[in-house]
Design a protein around this ligand. Structure first.
Ligand code: PEP
Ligand code: MG
Length: 583
């Protein structure tokens, strides 16, 4: 890519991580790496003054963030911004910065040094509470750094125009805040794959995004940028014709969105009457409304780890009960599949990390069900909360990262114990609670016939299944061309899983990102998937395509695809098939 800002149209290919088209002016955030530069200090009094101004500005930003978050996401989510306002005035940090300035460092370096040294002190304490404070101090230091280096912050977005956020990497907290800003139309990042949590949040917020874009000076604040979250490319300095054509596509996208609204309430069936239930994935009970709004008839994945994030200890049984029962009540009589804690790997729950300690390979480490097997009190609290919540709707419990029968048997025994003990305490519990597992490790897919005998349902987690099958870190942007959900190995594992589910006569679902990918849909129909769970806004798009398909054509396509020898040829075949079924 050229590295000079120019007015020549520039198209840069990346990876689509959230579908849709967007146009706006660039707002770059988190521009400079958070590290010392050794730049000389000009004047210590001047730097102290700059520090005071930056501190005031940070407090203003945090107040604005707290207010808008309170109004939209509630006081719980806003508490972090209130706490940060206090921490940014804490003498521990302030004195360390002023001392570094007095020792001759420039303000930028003083902020980096003070932040990292306080963070290291917290990190060294073997207590999950302090590990989390370490993350807070880093966040605060980075905020100050952005202010003094002129980097933009999400709270700077005004209402004057439509923006596209351009950044190296979007933190999940940033992604959540973007939902509040109606005029953030798109996101472009250098890092972060399609199954990262930020990507999952962006999809839920319907903000088109492209990742894997190398940043250079062309990406300057104020330049217009076009974002194609379907084709996975961005266009800078568009010619008038290209911009007008893009505007027409945005208009057509809006028209399709309106047309798809009409599908709500209609049965999700193929042309020849095969029903496929379309469910939504959620991260909090509040998200159920969105699933219902988009016509979802259940929740196929409630990622409960979000309840465990951003705090210094496990949520209590009562807090968990409130969250689970709220989700169940709002979806009733539709089912809600609640996944037990899936911490570790890409899901950073700081105090659990504090318990587990550093691991050389977190994705292959103490993650998900393994944490629940090792720290049974955490699991038992969750199971008790789930058992109590079961009286309020149609609950199914799902275990993540299962590889062996003993995990299922242990979980089932613990669930029975939880049910008995909450009943003894006088709580009502549903007559029957289905217990199922995610198929997201190749071992589970390959031995699906063994596992199917002892569970009520399977739900395929393709995000991890693809990662583990192909040995490709799902978060590493350099490996994106290797992260291929249509690789023949993945197709073979899906087929094996489906066969085992049908033979054992259990429900077969999918809740990984593949479930919301229209290209995959005919294959999933051919394999007899009963339920697909996806980011809520995807539901009408998948329903629209489903209603154009017939089982016979899907089976024919599947036979063709299973003899193909590469992900790219399969992808081409699926694209052709989809084009044939448009209009
Ligand atoms: C998956 O792995 O496909 C999945 C749905 O779980 P998560 O993305 O939360 O790991
Ligand atoms: Mg997973």
């Amino acid at each position: 890519m050229n590295s000079l800002a120019s007015s020549e149209q520039l198209t840069v290919k990346g990876l689509p991580i959230s579908p849709g088209l967007a146009k706006g002016v660039i707002l770059r955030i988190h521009q400079r790496p958070f590290q010392q530069t050794g730049a000389p200090q000009v004047n210590s009094e001047y730097d102290k003054q700059r520090f005071r101004e930056a501190q005031e500005k940070a407090i203003e930003q945090l107040k604005a963030l707290a207010d808008s978050t309170k109004a939209t996401l509630g006081p719980e989510k806003a508490a972090i911004f209130d706490a940060h306002q206090l921490m940014i005035q804490d003498p521990m940090l302030v004195d360390a910065i002023l001392a570094a300035i007095m020792q001759g460092q420039c303000l930028e370096d003083a902020v980096v040094e003070a932040t990292l040294s306080i963070k290291a002190q917290f990190d060294a304490l073997d207590d999950p509470y302090f590990k989390e404070r370490a993350a807070d101090i880093l966040d605060i230091g980075q905020r100050l750094f952005r202010i003094i280096t002129g980097g933009e912050d999400i709270s700077q977005i005004d209402d004057k125009q439509d923006y596209v956020i351009v950044t190296d990497e979007l933190a999940p907290s940033d992604a959540a805040v973007l939902g509040i800003k109606r005029n953030v139309k798109g996101v472009v990042t250098a890092q972060g794959g399609p199954t990262s949590h930020s990507a999952i949040l962006l999809k839920a917020l319907e903000i088109p995004a492209v990742s894997g874009i190398p940043m250079d000076d062309s990406f300057q604040r104020g330049n217009t940028i076009l974002v194609d979250g379907v084709g996975g490319e961005v266009i800078l300095f568009p010619s008038r014709e290209v911009e007008e054509a893009f505007d027409r596509r945005i208009k057509a996208q809006e028209e399709t969105r309106l047309r798809l609204k009409e599908l709500k309430g209609k049965p999700s069936v193929t042309k020849d009457g095969i029903s496929v239930l379309l469910f939504g994935n959620i991260a909090s009970p509040k998200d159920t409304q969105k699933v219902l709004n988009f016509g979802g008839t259940g929740v196929g994945l409630f990622r409960t780890e979000f309840l465990f994030m951003g705090r210094s200890d496990s949520p209590s049984e009562e807090e968990q009960f409130q969250a689970y029962s709220e989700a169940l009540k709002s979806m009733a009589p539709h089912p809600v599949i609640i996944r037990t804690l899936d911490a570790g790997g890409d899901k950073d729950v700081p105090y659990i990390k504090g318990l587990v300690g550093e691991e050389a390979n977190p994705f292959l480490g103490l993650r998900a069900i393994r944490i629940c097997m090792e720290y049974r009190e955490i699991f038992m609290t969750q199971l008790r909360a789930l058992a109590r919540a079961s009286a309020f709707g149609n609950l199914k419990i799902m275990l993540p990262m299962v590889t062996s029968l003993w995990e299922i048997r242990t979980a089932r025994a613990m669930l029975a114990e939880a049910v008995l003990s909450v009943k003894d305490a006088g709580h009502k519990v549903a007559e029957n609670i289905d217990l199922g597992i995610m198929i997201e490790v190749p071992a589970a897919a390959a031995s699906a016939h063994v596992l199917a005998k002892e569970v009520d349902f399977f739900s395929v987690g393709t995000n991890d299944l693809v990662q583990y099958t192909l040995a490709v870190d799902r978060q590493n942007p350099r490996l994106l061309q290797w992260y291929e959900p249509f690789h023949p190995a993945v197709i073979a594992l899906l087929e094996n899983t489906a066969r085992a589910a049908h033979e054992a006569n259990i429900e077969l679902g999918m809740c990984g990102e593949m479930a919301g990918d229209p290209l995959a849909l005919p294959l999933l129909v051919a394999l007899g998937f009963h339920e697909l769970s996806m980011s809520a806004p995807r539901i009408p798009w998948i329903q629209d395509y489903l209603m154009r398909l017939t089982k016979d054509r899907c089976l024919e396509l599947f036979q063709k695809v299973r003899s193909m020898d590469s992900g790219s040829s399969i992808r081409e075949e699926l694209t052709r098939f989809m084009e044939e079924h448009q209009g």
